[in-house]
Design a protein around this ligand. Structure first.
Ligand code: GLN
Length: 245
């Protein structure tokens, strides 16, 4: 952590807030605060300069037009790129996962250049994946089943530098671009360097506190004691029971 306060960035909430993913920053702040770690949320709007020295960055999902604005901003403003070069953590959800890749093709068949920090490409799946998404984590440090909801038309293919976040138990996750053979095993998300990206909304960190704590732990260098927040275990149990997962 650069200063005594954990600084959590929410980038472009006015275009990437459609699915409630700005809640991820609130969860990070609250889980830090309950452990007596001072934390603040810094909202960085579309017209603001992206600071390069925040401790954790969060990016949310959005629809195609909003997503292309975000892609343009991230290509023009070097702030996030510099932060990633310095190894700072980034959590990216759905549309942002796609934007961080080499390129994505949207529902109108427009190919949009991404930031190129994830070795992935995204094409339309030909249908929309909407519903619960459950996966078993593949990232070291995570043991608990990952749960969220997905709502996307894009299917993402990972290159050799990118690792999946989880092995899908229910739902689609990264999916299959139209015309491609579905892979025998379905995966969700992408892990590459200090970036964790996923198709899970929820907000993702409200549903998956272990992932929230991993991000706080990485940013602060602290080993965190377990923390029970009332309602969180019940929410997870209810969601997973509903699916029979
Ligand atoms: N527009 C993208 C898609 O449909 C991302 C949607 C989202 O962020 N939920 O694939």
């Amino acid at each position: 952590m650069s200063e005594s306060t954990l600084r959590i960035g929410v980038l472009m909430p006015e275009v990437l807030g459609t699915y409630g993913d700005t809640g991820n920053a609130i969860v990070l702040k609250e889980r830090a605060r309950r452990r007596s770690i001072a934390a603040e949320i810094i909202e960085v709007g579309l017209l603001d300069t992206i600071p390069e020295s925040l401790d954790i960055y969060t990016l949310g999902g959005g629809e195609d037009t909003a997503q292309s604005l975000a892609a343009h901003k991230l290509r023009e403003d070097p702030g996030l790129m510099r932060a990633l070069d310095a190894g700072r953590s980034l959590l990216a959800i759905c549309a942002s996962l796609q934007v961080l890749g080499r390129w994505y093709r949207d529902a109108r068949d427009q190919r949009v250049a991404g930031l190129g920090v994830l070795d992935i490409t995204t094409d339309p799946q030909g249908s929309r994946s909407i519903g619960e998404l459950v996966s078993e984590p593949m990232l070291e440090g995570l043991t608990e089943t990952l749960t969220g909801f997905e709502n996307h038309g894009g299917g993402t293919v990972l290159g050799p530098e990118a690792q999946p976040l989880g092995r899908v138990v229910k739902g689609t996750g990264n999916g299959t671009p139209e015309g491609c053979e579905p892979a025998p095993i379905a995966y969700d998300g992408v892990v590459q360097g200090s970036i964790i990206a996923t198709y899970m909304h929820g907000p993702c960190l409200a549903r998956n506190p272990e992932l929230a704590d991993l991000l706080i732990s990485r940013a602060t260098g602290l080993d965190l004691e377990p923390l029970e927040v009332p309602g969180v275990a019940e929410l997870r149990a209810e969601r997973l029971a509903m699916l029979g997962a």
